[in-house]
Design a binder for this molecule. Sequence first.
Ligand code: SAM
Length: 269
Amino acid sequence: MSLPAPQLATAPLSKQLIRRRFDKASQSYQAHNSVQQRIAQALLTMMAGQAQSYQVLLDLGCGPGPDWHQLTRHCQQYIGIDLSAAMLNEHHSRQGNANGHPSWLLQADMECLPLPTDSVDTLYSSMAMQWADSRQRLGEELKRVLKPGANAFISVPLQGSLQPLADIRQAIDNQPQVNPQPQLQDWLDDLSIAGWTIQAVEQRCFIEYFADIKALLHSIKGVGAGANQAAPLTRATLQTLNEKYEQHRTELGLPLKYEVGLLQMRPSS
Ligand SMILES: C[S@@+](CC[C@H](N)C(=O)[O-])C[C@H]1O[C@@H](n2cnc3c(N)ncnc32)[C@H](O)[C@@H]1O
């Protein structure tokens, strides 16, 4: 496994900020990614129902590689791409010598991939494609690198995610505690314009429960999923947030909802 030189010279500033956010979260990510793991399992199940083995598999926005073991069981060559070098370093150190499995980790922007045209048999991307600036441009770039007839399996967060946190914070001081997410139909429209045929689609809700508001906020920060722009929480705002969130407490704890789209698709011919 090797780490080629970064290719970020022209990345826009917002991507630099996103990259720094995920660099910071790289150490804590695996301690807080239980909902991301449940989502990945749902996507892997969707994938398992379709094909048993792939030659070249691209794991887009692979992070520290939590799905690497399962993915490499079914492919001859694994390519993990991520914007964050620190995430890739975690991925690299956790896989050791990769048991001889040919795996490549590349630091790159998903909207400008350092891969040849028609070079990938299967795309897997869990909870990462929402970070693209343009869904349509991303769709076009992915279509370029996938071979005709290839399969793509993706999961993306949708409108309604990170509730009731987002609404509570908005009501307190009109600040976006989390990034707004599109509806499933927005993804379907933009991917179809980019030249994709959707073969299967499912919208599912995953709920995570927390002992208190601090643990809940800590978990969002731990996976690098906070809002791009939000005023910091003052002590008074945090107290109000806590009081209002407590009204949503269930016997399992404070809920945090993830609405997720699971898609299987192919480049249109
Ligand atoms: C929530 S993590 C998901 C990681 C992993 N796929 C999982 O399911 O746990 C999102 C990942 O997307 C990466 N990412 C964000 N923007 C990106 C971009 N423009 N290009 C490539 N990767 C990006 C982040 O660095 C981060 O590792």
